[in-house]
Ligand binder design. Structure first.
Ligand code: AMP
Ligand code: MG
Length: 317
């Protein structure tokens, strides 16, 4: 069924067939996951990978995450190690990406992994993307469905707002539950978190029975992890105590709940909820025509670490 945006479609058997046909022909499809919406294309096809980089305006040095249905599928392309097995068993499918050594003979197009000998793999949980992955015989290279450096999309309409008619098919899977990008962990060497997410360091350490080094907020630890990123397109200042009277003010709690310039990430200080609302609120504020965003202090624990990582990068614009 068509929505008012004519390239957004609800999911059904016909759309499943249509999206598989598109992907088989090296076309790009806008797809929902539990984290954010992605631009999916055949990870084995040079043509698909080139289309993804071109659409996003993404630097070729920034590798893509490759998405699989399960470990059996991924084992064609990656060198599996014990730590990965443990984390996979506990956390997958889910919002976590693993950087692993690429297997000799893997068919992943070298452009998709910025010619590295490692590959970032994920096993998304959202049922729409899982039914697509189950019905194709290649993995999906899939970055977030936004122009490079912009805020990631959390609804099908956000994807359409980013690319207009340049994408012919966007599947509507509702608002993304998690709302920020996956945790990225490097397991190709000593384990370390490259990008914080909802699955936090403590959870990973418990499973691995191993302490990991802290990453410094905002440090570039992985190719393409630019300082300027996740930008709503207007200036952002963080750790703000006082409203300047004009800007949109983002905060935690319900202190200013009926004031039009104030936007709460979570009324009851729930950090997961706050993370899931962040990009939605960035886009809303931009649409309302504010010229600047101020953000109050966010506790730097659990999902707050991921929120602080994203807002710090947004403030570097
Ligand atoms: P995005 O696709 O926008 O969610 O970003 C994916 C991020 O994963 C990239 O910016 C990289 O920082 C990271 N990544 C992907 N592949 C690799 C890799 N082979 N090694 C290290 N980091 C990677
Ligand atoms: Mg991205």
């Amino acid at each position: 069924m068509k929505n008012s945006y004519s390239n957004i479609f609800s999911f059904n058997k016909n759309i499943l067939k249509k999206s598989i046909k598109y992907l088989n022909n090296s076309n790009i499809v806008g797809l929902p996951t539990e984290t954010v919406y992605g631009l999916g294309g055949n990870a084995y096809s040079k043509k698909s990978i080139e289309k993804i980089y071109k659409l996003k305006g993404r630097p070729k040095s920034n590798p893509l995450i490759v998405h699989y249905f399960d470990l059996k599928d991924a084992s064609k392309d990656i060198v599996i190690n014990e730590r990965f097995r443990k984390l996979y068993a506990q956390l997958c499918p889910g919002p976590i990406t693993f950087v692993l050594k690429k297997k000799y003979g893997s068919k992943i197009n070298p452009l998709g992994v910025a010619k590295l000998n490692t590959v970032a793999v994920r096993f998304p949980k959202h049922k729409i993307i899982r039914s697509i992955l189950k019905n194709i015989n290649f993995p999906l290279a899939m970055p977030s469905a936004n122009k490079s450096t912009n805020v990631s999309p959390v609804t099908a309409k956000d994807v359409c707002d980013e690319f207009k008619r340049k994408i012919k098919l966007i599947i509507d899977g509702g608002k993304c539950k998690i709302g920020i990008e996956s945790t990225v962990i490097d397991l190709s060497n000593e384990p370390r978190i490259l990008r914080p997410g909802i699955i936090d360091k403590t959870t990973i350490e418990k499973i691995l029975k191993k302490k990991m080094k802290n990453i410094k907020n905002n440090k570039i630890v992985s190719p393409g992890m630019m300082q300027k990123h996740y930008s709503p397109g207007i200036p952002v200042t963080i750790n703000q105590k006082k409203h300047d009277g004009k800007s949109a003010f983002i905060y935690l709690g319900d202190k200013y709940y009926n004031k039009s310039k104030f936007f709460s990430l979570s009324k009851n200080f729930n950090l997961n909820e706050a993370a899931s609302n962040l990009y939605k609120i960035f886009r809303l504020i931009k649409k309302k025509g504010f010229k600047k965003i101020q953000i109050g202090k966010i506790p730097n624990l659990r999902s707050g670490i991921a929120i602080n990582d994203r807002i710090k990068r947004a403030s570097n614009s």
